[in-house]
Design a protein around this ligand. Structure first.
Ligand code: ATP
Ligand code: MN
Length: 483
């Protein structure tokens, strides 16, 4: 007999024809056996819905059916029929079943019940077998596709910036070092310092913390680029919004001022949310229900006022508030949590760095809308941001989202060579090492801008997942590098 081509379960449930013989393959989610019949819910990750496979126990002996358990992988050939039961319109009546791989029910860690997200993180190799991670991974893919589409349609070029680099773009020193030295026997120079001249690149190198500086070089020739790559930061902050390895999208645009940049960021975020609403609705509905179930265990004041889908529509349909840092500080100073000393970090003067609690107050309590803050004090921002005429602020902008805080951080870049060099000197950024960056200001400099979107923070917003560890397949955080 000719081999029947495999049909994906999602396709079968969307437009499978009743009466036609088909083959599906997947993993058993649940099995219910009664006297003459067993029902197996099979999922292959193509969508959130399972197909119900019906086994006539006269055709399949008891011993065989006993081997089919949660986690078992099957190849099933059968005919699609209208379903008698509630919950599905069609089901698959099995004619032949091959067990591809057994899963011992005594040992398989995923039981047909709800597991905590913390537990699932410990078995990240099996997480993709769950409804929640399947949905997250599908949404994550959709957002990747949407990002490339968005920028492609605008004429941006996707630029591959290096992962190995000698620069620490943020100057924050939170880099992972890269070396081929034998760590038990590191070469030293006459002064006793590590002799990086003997290392692979003949200089000190690290994993990239941002593709921005290299992105700027390309934008200064092809006008509009975006990077989308892994980013590494050895910041020891164990929060629900930080990873040691995360993915960042960094557009960089020649001839854009700060306002153009805010416009682009807002348009991009709305495009992504709109794309998800249009193309991922089944997964989003599942994730919305998951969130509602989870919130039942939380006190009222920690629950979201809006459901997941309501939040997504809200972002999509409303203009973001645009507010200067100075105005934000005034609001925060006068705010209730500041007056009543409820903030962990109290705001008492202009110049304070904003913490996530302040960002979330502005977004969730004060404006109840996404907020774009701009013109920050130069002291709390990076050396490359464009200096404003007031001599106090730089043309920076951060987009703040409900439940997340900062999702995008960007700025107009300082394109004036003297001003840039002066600021670098003030901030102890070694100009000799960044000669190639300064060269773009030396030859044909132009006003330009860019920003970074934390891709996982965006996925958190779109999926409603609280912890950033649950929106990336293999999270890297302090102490965690298994799998
Ligand atoms: P934060 O203040 O939240 O630590 P940042 O100001 O250090 O962020 P930027 O250097 O502006 O971040 O990076 C741009 C974007 O990358 C941020 O807006 C955020 O969405 C994301 N991001 C930054 N650090 C991390 C991280 N450790 N894990 C995940 N995403 C991150
Ligand atoms: Mn930032």
């Amino acid at each position: 007999m000719d081999k029947i081509k495999r049909t994906k379960i999602r396709q079968l449930l969307d437009d499978g024809k009743v009466g036609v013989e088909i083959c599906v393959k997947g993993w058993v989610r649940t099995k219910r056996a009664s006297k003459n019949v067993a029902f197996v819910a099979l999922n292959d990750g193509s969508g959130i819905r399972n197909v119900q496979v019906v086994l006539d126990t006269e055709k399949f002996d008891e011993e065989f059916v006993r081997k089919i358990n949660t986690g078992t992988s099957l190849s099933v050939v059968g005919k699609l029929v209208e379903s008698q039961g509630a919950g599905q319109s069609v089901e698959l009546v099995a004619e032949t079943i091959d067990i591809l791989g057994e899963a011992d029910p005594e040992l398989f860690p995923l039981q047909p019940k709800k597991h905590s997200l913390e537990f699932l993180r410990e078995i990240a190799h099996l997480r993709p077998r769950t409804n929640t991670f399947g949905a997250v991974l599908r949404v994550r893919h959709a957002m990747t596709y949407a990002l490339h589409t968005f920028f492609h349609e605008k004429g941006f070029l996707n630029l591959h910036t290096p992962i190995l680099t000698a620069s620490d773009a943020e100057g924050a020193g939170e880099t992972f070092k890269v070396t081929t030295f034998d760590l038990d026997n590191v070469p030293k120079d006459e002064t006793g310092s590590i002799d990086f001249k003997q290392d692979f690149f003949e200089k000190e190198t690290n994993l990239t913390v941002s593709g921005q500086l290299e992105g700027e070089l390309a934008a200064m020739g092809v006008s509009e680029i975006y990077t989308f790559g892994p980013t590494f930061r050895a910041e020891n902050s164990n929060t629900t919004r930080h990873l040691a390895e995360f993915w960042m999208v960094e557009p960089e645009m020649a001839f854009y001022d700060l306002e153009d940049t805010m416009d682009l960021a807002e348009e991009m975020l709305k495009y992504l949310v709109g794309y998800a609403l249009k193309n991922c609705i089944e997964d989003l509905e599942f994730l919305e229900k998951r969130e509602l179930d989870e919130e039942k265990t939380k006190p009222q004041n920690e629950r979201n006022e809006l459901s997941l889908l309501e939040r997504l529509k809200f972002v999509n349909e409303n203009d973001f508030v645009r507010l200067s840092y100075t105005e934000a500080i005034e609001i925060l100073k006068r705010s209730k949590p500041n007056q009543k000393k409820k903030f962990q970090y109290l705001i008492d003067e202009w110049g304070a760095d904003l913490q996530s609690e302040h960002e979330r107050f502005l977004v969730e309590k004060h404006f109840k809308k996404p907020v774009i803050l701009f013109d920050y004090p130069k002291e709390i921002k990076a050396f490359y941001m464009r200096q404003n005429d007031d001599d106090k602020t730089v043309g920076a902008m951060d987009v703040l989202f409900p439940g997340i805080g900062e999702i995008v951080g960007g700025s107009q870049r300082e394109e004036r060579k003297e001003k840039l060099e002066k600021r670098m000197a003030e901030m102890d950024i070694p100009a000799e090492e960044l000669w190639w960056y300064l060269d773009t200001r030396k030859f044909g400099t132009v006003p330009h801008s860019g920003y970074g979107l934390g891709f996982e923070r965006m996925i958190q917003f779109v999926t409603g997942m609280n912890n950033i560890r649950d929106v990336i397949p293999f999270p890297r955080t302090p102490g965690n590098c298994e799998f």
